[in-house]
Design a protein around this ligand. Structure first.
Ligand code: NAD
Length: 475
C-alpha cells in the first residue's frame, strides 16, 4: 500500500469496534415470516465472531479513516456491519462505468461488489489504497485474483450462504416434476383443463440419487428423507452419510437405482458433461434429472434426446452452458444453439439460475462477507480469503496494551523471514504465523513492548524491504 506513515493518533477510535458488535439483524421482511438461521456456521444473521470480553480492539497504523465503497446494492446486513465499525461507507445501488469506478477506487481501502463489477488489473492498478475486496456473491471470476494477490489485496466471497436455498428449490422441483405441475399450470394459463393422474407420482418411497454430497447435497439429503424418500449419493470423497442415506461407490450404481437424479458437483474438467448420453442410458426409464449445479455438468443435446425418447420423464435445469449477463429476452438460440429444442419439451422446468436467489441468502452473504472484511481490516485474519494464504492468530487481549500486530505480505522468495525477524527481533515476538500461496506469502506476528515511535520505525523498516508487497501494523 502506498500509504505513508501518518500520525497514528489521528486514527479514529471508532474503527476499533469489534465485528461482534453487529446488531442481531432481523432476517424477515415482515414480523410474521421469520426466517430460520442459516445452516452455515451457526446463525448467519447474528455474529459468528464471538470475542472474549477481554479482546483488544486493534487500530490500523498509517491509515486514516477506513473508506469503503459498496456497489451493486450490497445487502443492508453487510452495510450495517461495516457502518457500525465507524468506517466511512459509500453505498451505491448499481455498478459503475469503468471511468467512474477508476475515479472512486483510487481513494478507498475496501470495496464491496457483486457479480457485475469487473475488477481487472487495469482497474486495480489505480486502487492505490485498496487492501481488501469483498465479493458479496458466490463467484470471484469478476476479479483478477492473481493481480490482487500480487499487490497484497485480499479477496473474500461467500460460497456457501445459499446452500439451503438451493436445496429447498430442488425439493420443490422433485414434486413439481413428479406431478407434472409445470405442464398443468401452463395448460391452465392457456385455458385448458387437463385432469390426469397417469404417470403422476407421490415422492414418498422413491429414491433420490445425489451426485456431490457437499454443502447443498447434504442439506438436500436431510430434507428429502423428511419427505419419505430414500437417499443414495455418489461423491469422489468418502463422506459420513446423514440420516439413513447411503453412499454408493460408482456413478453408474447411483444412476441405475435412482428415480430422481440431482447434480451438486463443482465445475471441474472431470465434471464437464458428467451426465451425457451414456449416463442417460444407465438411468431408469421414466426417471427424472435435476441440475442446479453448473451448466457444463449436463450434456444438453443428450438430455433433449433422452427426453424425446421417453427415457427421461422430466427434468429441471437452473444452470446453462451459456447464461446471459443481465435480465431480458436473451434465452434464445443465439445464446445456446439448442435453445428452441429445449423449450419445446414437456415436463421440463427451466429457471434462470435462481437456486441461491433468496432474501435469506442475500442477507447471509451480506453478513458473511462484511464480517470477513472487518476481521481482515481490524485483525489481519485471512481465513476464507480466495487469493491469499489463510493465516490467523488468536486475538490480543486488553492486558497486552503495549503489543502490536505486524502483517507483512511479501514475495515468496528465500531469505525474507530472516530479514523480517531481524527487524522484529528487538522485541519479544509473542506469536507468529506465516504461509504462502504461489508467489505470495503472508506473515502475521504479535510483538510486545512497542510504543508509538517503535511502531513507526518498524513500519518504515519493513516497508523498505525489497520483497515487500504490503505492510500493515495494527495496534
Ligand atoms: N443454482 C445456484 O444458484 C447455485 C447456488 C449455489 C451453488 N451452486 C453450485 O452447486 C454446486 C455444489 O455446491 P456446494 O456448495 O454443495 O459445493 P461443495 O463444494 O460443498 O460440494 C461439492 C461436492 O461435490 C463433490 N465432487 C467433486 N467432484 C466430484 C465428482 N467428479 N464426482 C462426484 N462428486 C464430486 C465434492 O467432493 C463435494 O463433496 C456447485 O457447482 C455450485 O457452483 C449453484
Amino acid at each position: 500500500m502506498a500509504a505513508s506513515a501518518r500520525d497514528f493518533d489521528s486514527v479514529q477510535e471508532a474503527s476499533s469496534l469489534s465485528v461482534s458488535q453487529n446488531p442481531n439483524l432481523s432476517t424477515s421482511p415482515t414480523a410474521s415470516f421469520q426466517s430460520a438461521p442459516s445452516s452455515h456456521g451457526g446463525s448467519a444473521f447474528g455474529s459468528r465472531t464471538i470475542p472474549l470480553a477481554n479482546t483488544k480492539h486493534l487500530k490500523p497504523f498509517a491509515t486514516e479513516d477506513i473508506k469503503v465503497l459498496l456497489l451493486e446494492n450490497v445487502n443492508q446486513t453487510g452495510r450495517d456491519i461495516l457502518t457500525k465499525q465507524g468506517y466511512q461507507v459509500e453505498f451505491l445501488k448499481s455498478s459503475l462505468p469503468e471511468d467512474q469506478l477508476i475515479e472512486k477506487i483510487r481513494d478507498v481501502h475496501v470495496i464491496g461488489i457483486r457479480s457485475k463489477t469487473k475488477l481487472s488489473a487495469r482497474i486495480l492498478k489505480e486502487a492505490r489504497n485498496l487492501i481488501v475486496i469483498g465479493c458479496f456473491c458466490i463467484g470471484t471470476n469478476q476479479v483478477d485474483l492473481q493481480y490482487a494477490a500480487e499487490h497484497g489485496i485480499a479477496v473474500f466471497n461467500s460460497p456457501f450462504s445459499n446452500s439451503r436455498s438451493v436445496a429447498e428449490l430442488v425439493i420443490a422441483e422433485i414434486i413439481v416434476l413428479a406431478r407434472q405441475l409445470g405442464d398443468r399450470s401452463n395448460e391452465m394459463h392457456n385455458g385448458t383443463w387437463n385432469k390426469v393422474s397417469n404417470k403422476c407420482w407421490e415422492i414418498r418411497g422413491k429414491t433420490l440419487g445425489i451426485i456431490g454430497y457437499g454443502h447443498i447435497g447434504a442439506q438436500l439429503s436431510v430434507l428429502a428423507e423428511a419427505m419419505g424418500m430414500s437417499v443414495i449419493f455418489y461423491d469422489v470423497v468418502n463422506l459420513m452419510a446423514l440420516g439413513t442415506a447411503q453412499q454408493v461407490p460408482t456413478l453408474e450404481g447411483l444412476l441405475s437405482r435412482a428415480d430422481f437424479v440431482t447434480c451438486h458437483v463443482p465445475e471441474l474438467p472431470e465434471t464437464k458433461n458428467m451426465i451425457g448420453q451414456q449416463q442417460f442410458e444407465q438411468m431408469k426409464t421414466g426417471s427424472y434429472l435435476i441440475n442446479a449445479s453448473r451448466g457444463s455438468v449436463v450434456d444438453i443435446p443428450a438430455l433433449i434426446h433422452a427426453m424425446r425418447s421417453g427415457k427421461i420423464a422430466g427434468a429441471a435445469l437452473d444452470v446453462y452452458p451459456n447464461e446471459p449477463a443481465g435480465n431480458g429476452d436473451y434465452f434464445n438460440s443465439d445464446l445456446n444453439t439448442w435453445g428452441a429444442d429445449l423449450r419445446s419439451l414437456k415436463n421440463l422446468i427451466l429457471t434462470p439460475h435462481i437456486g441461491g436467489s433468496t432474501e435469506e441468502a442475500q442477507r447471509a452473504i451480506g453478513v458473511e462477507v462484511a464480517e470477513a472484511l472487518v476481521r481482515y481490516v481490524n485483525e489481519g485474519t485471512t481465513l476464507g480469503a480466495v487469493n491469499l494464504p489463510e493465516v490467523a492468530l488468536r486475538s490480543l487481549t486488553m492486558d497486552e496494551s503495549n503489543h502490536a500486530r505486524v502483517v507483512f505480505i511479501h514475495q515468496n522468495v528465500p531469505g525474507v523471514l530472516r530479514k523480517v525477524n531481524e527487524i522484529l527481533g528487538d522485541h519479544n515476538v509473542d506469536k507468529q504465523m506465516t504461509d504462502s500461496r504461489g508467489d505470495v506469502a503472508y506473515l502475521m506476528a504479535d510483538i510486545s513492548d512497542v510504543d508509538n515511535s517503535t511502531i513507526k520505525d518498524l513500519y518504515e523498516r519493513l516497508e523498505s524491504l525489497g520483497s515487500r508487497i504490503m505492510t500493515r501494523i495494527l495496534y
